[in-house]
Write a protein that binds this ligand. Structure first.
Ligand SMILES: [Zn+2]
Length: 380
């Protein structure tokens, strides 16, 4: 069957397991490995879609659960779908809502049919099923929809993980059957199994037999130490088809993006760059910069002297610090703009390094400068 989303493998890195590729979607073709900014409520907080496009953010992510509750998928559909509703003519990936159901609601009950839980806004009882999740994502009209899965926390009991991944596989089949627009909306399956190699294998086998056009590695970046995440990637990505895209969900720190790419991941998303920006924390080529610090009060240099983004070409640390300390919206806009640009640019450099078979060398140089090689290095 033809699928609306395909992956073209361009080149494998001679030095690592990384790959250079192209993701073809109904809303354009995008170079991978790539980072996707998160626009939870049909907006990447403080950024206009025009700015995101100019920056090279090819695919953005939006949240099924949040848009289902507010404004409601029927309103988005009536507007002509999410692309038209928010004026974004490039790729959109929607998550399934599963992660929010499991992370935002403490009163939930999982059955074979779906999950009962409470709306985090008003406490109202809700029921989300694989069919409902796909129904909402069909109405949103995203290019890539995610299968409805259960994302168990870390640590989780092995026995529980087995039940959970088997249920997730049955739900995956129901998601495929529920897709009303298979000609223009693709569904990616999500491999679970925690940090157990045999369980990842079991989950990957069940899902690859369903022939999804792409696969996500789920259930990572949920509180486990990073070395366990990297180990899990090392044995999971080889279980996935070579000619399909691989997406690592919820990962966005610079070190994890590089380590993920090295282990064959093509797509990443995370709220990290935008969330820390609203806290006044910036990612720079020399590590984390907390703009609120008193030492920047008279520092008229840009956030990152090596960054060619509009913010770094125009505004000083002292000015941005003043805005952030005064809770001025414009300050958060500037830090958000820079952080997203930083990660999009980082992925460009990762792709360049793959093209030149030197991703490991690039990693060493980048880590050294960023400070990841130092003991007690911060996570981002
Ligand atoms: Zn910048």
């Amino acid at each position: 069957m033809t699928t609306p989303v395909t992956y073209e493998l361009i080149k494998e890195c001679g030095q690592t397991g990384a790959r250079l590729g192209k993701l073809h979607t109904p809303h354009g073709t995008f170079d991978t490995p790539m980072f996707m900014p998160v626009g939870t409520l049909a907006t990447v907080k403080t950024m206009s879609p025009e700015e995101l496009k100019a920056m090279g953010a090819g695919v953005i992510l939006s949240n099924t659960y949040h848009l289902w509750l507010r404004p409601g998928e029927d309103i988005v559909e009536e507007a002509g779908g999410l692309h038209r509703f928010m004026n974004w003519d490039q790729g959109i990936l929607t998550d399934s809502g599963g992660f929010q159901v499991f992370s935002l609601s403490d009163l939930r009950e999982i059955t074979e049919e779906g999950v009962h839980f409470r709306n985090h806004l008003n406490g109202e009882k809700l029921f989300l099923t694989p069919e409902k999740s796909i129904h909402v994502q069909n109405a949103l009209g995203s290019d890539i929809m995610m299968a409805f899965d259960e994302c168990p926390p870390f640590p989780a009991e092995r026995e529980y993980l087995i039940d959970s991944l088997e249920r997730t596989s049955r739900w995956a089949e129901r998601c495929l059957a529920a897709n009303k627009h298979p000609d223009r909306q693709a569904i990616f399956g999500i491999v679970q199994g925690g940090v157990y190699e045999d369980l990842r294998k079991r989950s990957a086998e069940a899902l690859t037999s369903l022939d999804f056009p792409g696969y996500a590695v789920g259930g990572l970046s949920v509180g486990e130490p990073k070395h366990l995440m990297y180990e899990a990637l090392e044995y999971t990505t080889p279980l996935l088809p070579t000619h399909k895209p691989r997406y690592l969900m919820g990962v966005g720190s610079p070190d994890a993006l590089i380590e993920g790419a090295i282990r064959g991941i093509d797509m990443f998303d995370c709220v990290l760059p935008t969330r820390i920006a609203r806290n006044g924390t910036c990612m720079t080529s020399e590590g984390r910069l907390v703009i609120r610090n008193a030492k920047f009060a008279r520092d008229f240099r840009p956030i990152d002297e090596d960054c060619d983004c509009h913010v770094c070409q125009t505004y000083s640390r002292a000015y941005i610090r003043h805005l952030v300390k005064s809770n001025e919206t414009f300050g958060f806009r500037l830090t958000t703009y820079h952080n997203l640009h930083f990660l999009i640019k980082l992925m460009e450099r990762v792709r360049e390094a793959i093209r030149e078979d030197r991703l490991n060398d690039f990693k060493e140089e980048f880590f050294e400068r960023y400070g990841f090689n130092q003991p007690n290095a911060k996570n981002f």
